[in-house]
Every structure is written in structure tokens, then in C-alpha cells.
Design a protein. Structure first.
Length: 472
């Protein structure tokens, strides 16, 4: 039992306790939960904090502030209550405060060790992947990012992909401008399946670069952007990518267009629809400035609290149209035709600017020949994100958009690499239906590389150096 003399040994009054908690609540409300400090403490990206999380913190600030003022007022002016002695000495109260501070210190130490084991730093955390793009911008923000990755097929596969975006808004090394003479520059365009949810050097464009480099002066640029469709990629190609003077354009499109077409009718989406070949290019500077890195964190514990808040906050439901019974959904030919015309426009635009288009069908581990339970697991990513579909319709949609991709390529007399038909369906190569593991990224590059060399007439085989083929 704490011993003390004088005031510490005296029993504290209710007013003293109320004033202590009141002033503490006001401090938390006015300082800790103020907009700038709250962003630095709780937001995953303090420079561009999540608006929903900040709104919740603002509401919490108001609640804590009102509670603090109310408790403080009672402690200061309600004499009948405030002067009442509690069976608690001031020494015990002081001990409780010291214990609380120690507990906060232990929690902070635990949080820092936890994140250090994940990210390798005790002072900073890489930027979250959702900071890659800002609303209304086509390009990716230069910076260093971390993406926790898992697997729908292997619960124990939990890794962190470390991703760097250069000052041109691209993954990988900074392309030289103007393009060096004699260099064959290949740009890979598409969504997250092109971008790759893997660390630097493990994405299939980077692996393709390694495979092609033995056959000449090749440079492969990863221009994939998570969530991109043919609608946004056409503009990205027109406004930015042509400035890199590419010789070849690999179009790895289709899955996100399927997603948009299923999610709701294209006419209801302001950021999806048919493109216009005649519209002039926008004026965008290629150089986006220096890369950002994860800021120094004052507290890792508050960072984790912010992540918990984000997980509790549900995003508004995206309108998806009327709910249908399993098997009733039908793919609208008018929506599918938007993908057809957009892909054709990208091929035509490429040729107009002296770029050779090569269409690559998007891959996946889906296979209608699998047992029903196994096929449902393979399609989990599609079923989770496109709730209008059942297993049969999900497989139909994947097959439909792949077939449309092939047909558009043939109609436009463009070369097509049917990676979907040639890539193996082994689930160990996939994190979900369409996103690849590092091993899968490497295998996809090995499917594409020999086709590219043959199309460009650049294969240089030496004994023992032939590119391995990949069977079904």
C-alpha cells in the first residue's frame, strides 16, 4: 500500500478526479484529435488521409470534447459532489496514472516490434497501396508502398509486397528519354494483373525484361494500374504512354472491364464507357516529382488503431442493380460491345503512332473441368467481388471476355498471345482467381517471352539458352 505524507496521503475528492479526467479529455479532443495531429497519428497516409476515418475521428473529437467539458463543469461547480471524499488516496491516484503511462509505453513497444517484423523498421511504415492513385488522376503517385498479400488457396501464405513507383508514375527503373537508339521499348498496359501484387522485380513485365535481355537491347515498362479498364487505359496511353516512344504495346486487358460490366450498367458509371479516337490528347507532364516514402511515425499504436477504425468503416455500397436469383444474370451485349470497341480503339491508336500492338489474353486458375467445390474456391475472388454471379455465370463471364479479346485481335489483324490457354492452372501459382504469386508471374513471363521474340524476329538461341516453354 503506497505510503505518503501530507497531501499525497490524503483521500482525494470526487472533484479532483473529475477535473483530472475533464482536462485530460479536453487535451485529447483539442490536441490529439485535432485534424493535423490525428492524421499524423492515425492515418495510413498522413499527407492524404482516408476521409471516412478522419470523419469518424472528428465525430469522436466532438464527443470527447463535450464529455470533457461536462465532467470538468461538474468537478468545478457541483460543490455538493465535488467536495465528497473518495476511499482513494492521492498516492493511489498518482500510482494509477503512472501505471497507465507504463501500459501505454508497453503497447507502443509491442506495436513497434509487430510492425518491425512486418516492414523492417522501428520508426516508419511504408505508404499504403490505396495511396497509389488520387481521385481524378490517371497516373500512379511516386513513392514506396507496402501491400500485405495473402492467398485464397493457402491461408498460411501471408507476405508483404514492397512496391516502388518512380517519378514517371511507373513500376521499375526510370526509362531514359529520349529513347536510346537501337533499343526496343515494350510497354505492358492493363490493371492490377499487369501491375502485380508482388515485390519489385517479381512482376511479369520485370521478369519479361530479364528473359528478353539475352536477345537484344529490350526494355520492358510496367504501365499497369490497379483497377484500370480499357476506358481509362486508352486515355493513359494517349496522354502519357506515347511520350515514352514505345515500339510494342502489350495489351493485358479484359478482367476489370468484365467487373465493370457486371457490377452495374456502364451507362451509370461516370468513369467507364466508350472512348473517342478523335479526342485530342491531354497535356500531362511525365515528371511527377520525387518519390515519397513512409513518414516517421510518432506512434505505431495509434497507427494500428487507425487500421482498426478503417476495417470497421464500411464503404457505401456500389449500385449493382436488382438482385437476381442464382443463374438469372445475363451478360448485356451492349456492355460487352464497349469492351470490344475500346480494345479495338487501343489497337488502332497504337498503329497510328507507329506502335506494334500485341494482345495478351488475361490468365486465371479457373477451369470448368475442376470438381465443383474446387472450382468454387478457384472463383472465390470473382464471386466475392461480383455477387450477381454464381459459379456458372462467373466462368461464363471469364470465358466470354477472353474470347472477345481474341476476336477483337483477329478482327484488327493484331498479334495475339493466348496466355489464358497456355498458362497452367495450378493454384500454387495464383493468390486468387486472376492475381499471380511470384512463381506465377515468372511463368507468365516465360509464356510471353518466346512469342514476343518470334513476332519481332529477335530470337537468338544458343546451346542450352533456349527459353523454356510452358505447357497446359
Amino acid at each position: 500500500m503506497p505510503q505518503g505524507n501530507g497531501r499525497l496521503a490524503e483521500r482525494c475528492t470526487l472533484g479532483e478526479v473529475l477535473r483530472l479526467f475533464g482536462w485530460t479529455a479536453l487535451f485529447v479532443s483539442c490536441v490529439i484529435l485535432s485534424k493535423g495531429v490525428a492524421a499524423a497519428l492515425f492515418a495510413a497516409d498522413p499527407e492524404f488521409p482516408d476521409s471516412s476515418t478522419m470523419q469518424v475521428l472528428e465525430q469522436l473529437r466532438l464527443l470527447v470534447g463535450v464529455a470533457g467539458m461536462s465532467v470538468l463543469a461538474v468537478g468545478m461547480y457541483a460543490r455538493t459532489w465535488s467536495e465528497k471524499r473518495l476511499p482513494l488516496s492521492r498516492a493511489y491516484l498518482a500510482l494509477g496514472l503512472v501505471t497507465a503511462m507504463l501500459c501505454l509505453g508497453v503497447a507502443e513497444a509491442f506495436a513497434r516490434v509487430r510492425e518491425w517484423r512486418k516492414f523492417g523498421s522501428l520508426v516508419s511504415i511504408p505508404l499504403p497501396i490505396h495511396s497509389l492513385r488520387r481521385e481524378g488522376e490517371s497516373y500512379l503517385q511516386p513513392g514506396s508502398y507496402a501491400l500485405p498479400t495473402g492467398s485464397d488457396f493457402d491461408p498460411e501464405r501471408n507476405q508483404v509486397a514492397f512496391i516502388t513507383i518512380n517519378r514517371y508514375g511507373l513500376r521499375g527503373a526510370l526509362p531514359a528519354l529520349p529513347k536510346p537508339p537501337g533499343r526496343t521499348r515494350i510497354i505492358c498496359i492493363g490493371g492490377s494483373t499487369t501491375f502485380g501484387f508482388v515485390s519489385e522485380g517479381e512482376d511479369w513485365p520485370a521478369r519479361l525484361q530479364s528473359l528478353l535481355s539475352a536477345h537484344g537491347d529490350f526494355e520492358v515498362i510496367n504501365a499497369g494500374r490497379p483497377g484500370a479498364t480499357t476506358w481509362s487505359d486508352f486515355r493513359y496511353l494517349r496522354d502519357r504512354l506515347v511520350q515514352f516512344e514505345p515500339d510494342v504495346l502489350l495489351l493485358f486487358e479484359g478482367f476489370n472491364d468484365l467487373w465493370r460490366g457486371v457490377r452495374r450498367h456502364s451507362a451509370e458509371q461516370g468513369d467507364y464507357g466508350g472512348v473517342d479516337l478523335e479526342l485530342p490528347a491531354g497535356e500531362e507532364s511525365l515528371d511527377l516529382g520525387e518519390s515519397r516514402s513512409g513518414p516517421v511515425r510518432f506512434s505505431f499504436a495509434t497507427y494500428l488503431i487507425g487500421r482498426v477504425l478503417e476495417s470497421w468503416i464500411k464503404e457505401p455500397d456500389v449500385p449493382v442493380g436488382p438482385r437476381l436469383a442464382p443463374g438469372q444474370f445475363r451478360f448485356d451485349p451492349a456492355v460487352v460491345s464497349i469492351y470490344q470497341s475500346n480494345l479495338a480503339a487501343m489497337i488502332q491508336f497504337s498503329r497510328k503512332h507507329g506502335i506494334q500492338p500485341i494482345v495478351v489474353t488475361f490468365v486465371g486458375c479457373d477451369d470448368a473441368r475442376r470438381p465443383p467445390d474446387e472450382q468454387r474456391l478457384c472463383l472465390k475472388y470473382v464471386l466475392d467481388n461480383m455477387p450477381q454471379l454464381d459459379v456458372e455465370r462467373a466462368q461464363e463471364g471469364l470465358d466470354l471476355y477472353r474470347q472477345v479479346t481474341r476476336e477483337v485481335a483477329h478482327e484488327q489483324n493484331a498479334a495475339v498471345i493466348d496466355a489464358a490457354a497456355r498458362m497452367t492452372k495450378d493454384m500454387a501459382l495464383y493468390g486468387d482467381t486472376v492475381h499471380l504469386t511470384p512463381e506465377g508471374e515468372d511463368q507468365l513471363a516465360r509464356v510471353i517471352a518466346p512469342e514476343i521474340l518470334d513476332l519481332l524476329g529477335a530470337r537468338k538461341e544458343r546451346p542450352g539458352e533456349a527459353l523454356p516453354s510452358v505447357g497446359n
